[in-house]
Design a protein around this ligand. Sequence first.
Ligand code: NDP
Length: 330
Amino acid sequence: MADRFPAILIQKDDDRGQRVETVALALDDLMEGDVVIRVSHSTINYKDGLAITGAAPVVRRWPMIPGIDFAGVVESSDNPEFKPGDQVVLNGWGVGETHYGGYAGKARVKGDWLIHLPAGLTAAQAMAIGTAGYTAMLSVLALERQGVTAERGPVVVTGAAGGVGSVAIAILSKLGYHVVAATGRLGEADYLKGLGAAEVIDRQELAGKPRPLNKERFAGGIDAVGSTTLANILSMTRYGGSVAACGLAGGMDLPTSVAPFILRGVSLIGIDSVMAPKARRIEAYDRLVRDLDQAKLAAMTRTIPLAEVVAVAPDILAGKVRGRIVVEVG
Ligand code: NDP
């Protein structure tokens, strides 16, 4: 029927466990909210991979439409900030976890969760950035606030060939930083240099048993990996430097000591994109418009239809996805 739209739905039964299927829904099937959006684009983020495969308990309400971000056009609104025809973007707020998400032709959400599509970006570009790229920008902003300027020295980016890493490299290099890209995929060295990495190192260099302190190497870091990798970066951070921790692709633990903090004045900054206040989101998108080279964004992005999401989702957990994936929904 014409008023139905496709959606990916994750269901969970006690006996059969988790299963994912594509269904046709109507507006009445969606959860509560004061704005209805015709979704044009979503993306695949690491968290979407976890949700679709069930590898971690990302989904906390059943059934669930996954997709932690989307862009589209407002169809109807009871929120004074948005009117039909407005182009909007959503990242996080539990969408795709506790509230129906972006892998559906329509979404109904709280207007407070939306921002207007920034001037200078198309919906497809906003989703090429996606939550991964917006998190990369939040991380860059955090380093700037800590005074980690380009003149202070090299900045390491881990998970370099992934989504957060690729966008972080492109932004930092445009801002003049000397970027050290740490990757497990040395075959992607040309790709990473094309994004602006000055050096590409094997992630094994950051994988040994962490020592409390190591040779001072980096003025700062953006870490999407966590665990031993983050502990090693902290031990290698120069006096007064800062590291933004935004991910756990290598593990959730952190086997470090207080030595970098109390002997070198190193700062560890936590980055959360999901509940970040609206003003910080708008600041991040403004800076993405200014400081992310659109040609580099295009070079790190591939586009798939909604029908391929379930098949591609496991690849992101396996570290096989390079850069970003945009999902064409509508
Ligand atoms: P991707 O899968 O695109 O990138 C992760 C990268 O990490 C991989 O490409 C790989 O890079 C590296 N990696 C993967 N597995 C391991 C491992 N076992 N050990 C070391 N390195 C590994 O994911 P995203 O960029 O979308 O997300 C990255 C992380 O950031 C995730 O943990 C995600 O949950 C988190 N995140 C957090 C947000 C927040 O609000 N704090 C928001 C968005 C993402 P390479 O091949 O180059 O080594």
